[in-house]
Write a protein that binds this ligand. Structure first.
Ligand SMILES: O=c1ccn([C@@H]2O[C@H](COP(=O)(O)O)[C@@H](O)[C@H]2O)c(=O)[nH]1
Length: 284
């Protein structure tokens, strides 16, 4: 029987620590690395980043948008990145933020969460804007194949606040997403397969995460300004379930593999020791 994602993730984090390393091939970063902003540059960038990061972290998070921007050749590079991360022992959380009516969601689930699909990852990000229930095909495909789903709840960007903090029957919309995810994870050991996305840039204590019984992906750490010292305040007792995610702050250290890896290890050490990591800049 396929081992569940929640269990696989817990084991990977115990072995390699909680940091989730993002692979975001921004055109500006390709240029900074002295690479052409085309599919050849994308391939060199993404495979170099994979070489630097995937053998060191529990989770790698490729940002699909930057690959899709190069068309089918870019998506082919993404497929190679997914395979190379797996070979290096990392779980792949593909950041695609999909969400649609249930019948179309089933097609996304087939693409990203089903054995045999070239783009199948260990987990994906999904958007609940069409309703948490519309994500059911993704939850089912993930459960059937030992994969995971991370639902956007309270994102790291300031634009999310008005919608996500709106009142939904005495709690915020974001809290209702967390509570729906918690219901799906109830009773799972060591944790469930449904995570939430909560930005590390958010207000301390805004969400009740203690009952989630699942992982919390925390982008906003690093280039968007949140530091290791902020994490305990923002996430409180849920901190052991948090995967701080950083992309640009690591990738800016390239193109040398050793330099990216040195920065990665520095951040991992700070996360382990609770000291300051990350850096300040505007979110977005
Ligand atoms: O709330 C969210 C959800 C997803 N993201 C994604 O995470 C990375 C962040 O990159 P950095 O370079 O570390 O800022 C990026 O892929 C976003 O699309 C997010 O930032 N916030």
């Amino acid at each position: 029987m396929t081992e569940r994602f929640g269990a696989r993730l817990a084991r990977a984090v115990a072995a390699r620590g909680p940091l989730c390393a993002g692979i975001d091939p921004h055109p500006g970063l390709l240029a900074e690395w002295g690479l052409p902003v085309d599919v050849r540059g994308l391939e060199r960038f993404a495979l170099t980043a994979t070489e630097a990061l995937a053998g060191e972290v529990a989770v790698v998070k490729p940002q699909s948008a930057f690959f899709e921007a190069h068309g089918s050749a870019g998506v082919a590079v993404l497929e190679r990145v997914v395979a190379a991360c797996r070979d290096a022992g990392a779980l792949v959380l593909l950041d695609v933020k999909r969400g649609d009516i249930g019948s179309t969601m089933a097609a996304y689930a087939a693409a990203y969460l089903s054995d045999g699909s070239p783009l199948a990852a260990d987990a994906v990000t999904v958007s609940p804007y069409l309703g948490f229930g519309a994500l059911e095909p993704a939850f089912e495909a993930a459960a059937a194949s030992g994969r995971g789903v991370f639902v956007l709840a309270r994102t790291s960007n300031p634009d999310g606040e008005a919608l996500q903090r709106a009142d939904e029957g005495g709690r915020t919309v974001a809290q209702s997403i967390v509570d729906d995810a918690a219901a799906r994870n109830a009773g799972a050991e060591p944790q469930g397969d449904v995570g939430v996305v909560v930005g590390a840039t958010n207000v301390p204590g805004e969400l009740r995460l203690a009952g989630l019984n699942g992982p919390v992906l925390a982008p906003g750490f690093g280039a968007q300004g949140a530091t290791a010292a902020d994490l305990a305040g923002v996430f409180g007792p849920a901190l052991p379930a948090v995967l701080p995610a950083s992309s640009r702050a690591l990738l800016r250290c390239g193109p040398e593999v050793a330099a990216i890896r040195d920065e990665l290890r520095r951040v991992q050490a700070e996360l382990a020791g609770g000291g300051p990591a990350g850096g300040r800049s505007a979110a977005g």
